[in-house]
Design a protein around this ligand. Structure first.
Ligand code: OOG
Ligand code: MG
Length: 256
């Protein structure tokens, strides 16, 4: 089976919202590099159909997330224009078993490229930081996968929403920002920015270094989701999810 054929299959399942059997159960010997190559081929199908790459996302950057899916290393995926929610409402149409997680997003004004990036480089390149939520939706049955499976599936990316308010990168200590996520008024997850590799800036550094290995970088105007601060929570029709980012305000998403 060629990587292209696997990419075709994943693309089909992403666009039809049909569950998929893990590719690692059906194809032997796929490496993590193969998985990223498949991810790239899948993304090409979207961009050939008019979609646009607008940024990158890191995944499994917190212990809470790594433990919940049983994969213990950070991964990255592509963010496309079609994934961005323009209002804090999400339709379940086209999704299989979506889950939501709070994240911190960085927006860049300068290119970030290389394999020796420091926090200073990141701050110099950052235009603003924004509270965000990501809705992930693994295409695999039971939201169950190995490292290779999830990477090939563009790290479960489905939708994301960044709040209305942008903050200066120097507004606060991002590792100290506490997060409380409620579903229908009940607290379902709590965490702090430090859950993301100690500080979300570390996630951006990791993102740039991983991109560098494939000759890519963060371009001006792009955004990066630094990874779920807490475990992701399933959402269903009629749910209302609110996320309070301590000192930064609350974001509320309705599901319909
Ligand atoms: C993989 C995607 C992880 C994050 O922020 O950790 C992710 C998954 O859990 O399905 O987006
Ligand atoms: Mg995420």
């Amino acid at each position: 089976m060629s990587l292209e054929a696997i990419a075709e299959e994943i693309y089909r399942h992403q666009t039809t919202a049909e569950e998929l059997e893990k590719i690692t159960l059906r194809y032997d010997g796929l490496s993590v590099e193969d998985a990223y190559a498949i991810q790239q081929l899948v993304i090409q199908k979207y961009t050939l159909n008019g979609d646009k790459l607008i940024g990158w996302k890191m995944g499994l950057t917190s212990k809470a997330k790594q433990k919940s899916v049983g994969v213990d290393e950070a991964i990255y995926g592509h963010l496309l224009k079609s994934m961005e929610l323009l209002t804090p409402e999400i339709s379940l149409e086209g999704l299989i078993h979506p889950r939501i997680e709070p994240e911190i997003a960085f927006v860049f004004k300068h290119r970030l490229q290389g394999d020796q990036i420091t926090p200073r480089d990141v701050w110099l390149a950052t235009e603003c930081v924004m509270p965000a939520v990501e809705v992930i939706d693994s295409r695999y049955k039971n939201f169950s996968f190995t490292l290779v499976d999830v990477v090939a599936d563009n790290t479960s990316s489905a939708k994301f929403y960044v709040g209305d308010q942008a903050f200066s990168p120097y507004h606060c200590q991002w590792s100290d920002v506490g997060v409380v996520m409620k579903k229908n008024g009940e607290v379902v997850q709590t965490g702090a920015g430090a859950a993301v590799l100690g500080h979300p800036v570390r996630s951006v550094i990791e993102q740039v270094h991983m991109l560098h290995r494939i000759g890519k970088c963060i371009e001006p105007g792009m955004l990066v989701l630094t990874g779920g601060i807490t475990e992701a929570v399933y959402i269903h029709d009629g749910d209302r999810v609110s996320v309070e980012f301590e000192g930064l305000g609350e974001m509320s998403l309705s599901v319909r």
